[in-house]
Design a protein around this ligand. Structure first.
Ligand SMILES: [Zn+2]
Length: 251
């Protein structure tokens, strides 16, 4: 079997489902959203795909047959809606797609859906929390969802992430530099001055978009401080949380 779900044929998937190993499908959840002038619109897709691939060897070691589903590139992204290139969809539409994917997986006999999410727009996170609950209660399909906005997991990540000044800053830029360096505009990164404005504080105060939150160029944090080494370390931490969540669900 190929861990990239879509590269398999239906008999490949059927054989995996009939084997003794529990089958887990990882859904990388991202967005198509402005990420400063130095990172691509699909930054969150790149990051969630990266988390999923870093998790694969550890799942394999635990005798779990894990597949990475085609990633979800559309999400609620109203904070960035004023920037060219951002595609924001409703929470209902996003939840509907994820619920229906889960329904297909459940019918076929997958043991667990794992959600690798790196799009931390509050509307997206609330949508994910809600749909995870619905999938577990209505479909009885266990969902592994490490929610990095929860204190316990947030504390395992970098200082910038914890400060809330973390959209296209050091945290995300490091991750993209680690897995898809060709997508980072180095000149634009070097000229992106530090922006310590905290998005989470601005959200709490009622800011409705990135401009109101103090991010006129759609980035928050410290892009110039990003390194591929930090990116690899963060991928490992995020992947570890995903693997732990899967193991907990499979009990
Ligand atoms: Zn992002």
């Amino acid at each position: 079997m190929d861990p990239t779900f879509g590269n398999n044929t239906w008999p490949d998937i059927e054989a995996a489902l009939k084997s003794d190993a529990p089958c887990v499908a990882i859904l990388p959840c991202g967005a198509t959203e402005a990420h400063g002038k130095h990172l691509p619109l699909n930054t969150d897709v790149v990051i969630s795909d990266g988390v999923a691939s870093y998790a694969l060897p550890n799942l394999e070691d635990a005798d779990i047959a894990a597949f990475v589903l085609p990633s979800l590139a559309y999400a609620p992204a109203e904070y960035a809606a004023a920037f060219a290139g951002t595609i924001s969809i409703s929470t209902e539409a996003a939840a509907g797609v994820i619920f229906d994917i889960a329904k297909s997986l459940k019918v076929q006999g997958f043991a667990c859906l794992a959600i690798a999410n790196s799009h931390f727009d509050p509307a997206n996170v609330m949508m994910l929390r809600g749909v995870v609950e619905r999938i577990e209660s209505e479909l009885q399909l266990p969902v592994a969802f490490p929610d990095f906005t929860r204190r316990k997991l947030a504390e395992t990540l970098t200082e910038e992430f914890k400060s809330g000044a973390c959209h296209a800053g050091q945290f995300e830029t490091s991750l993209v530099m680690a897995s898809r360096p060709e997508l980072v505009d180095e000149g634009a990164r070097q000229s992106s001055d530090d922006n310590p404005s905290s998005l989470t504080e601005a959200f709490a105060k009622g800011a409705k978009n990135f401009e109101e939150a103090g991010g006129p160029e759609a980035y928050f944090g410290f892009p110039k401080a990003a390194t591929p080494t930090e990116g690899v370390q963060t991928y490992e931490l995020m992947a570890k949380a995903l693997v732990e969540a899967v193991k907990n669900k499979l009990g």
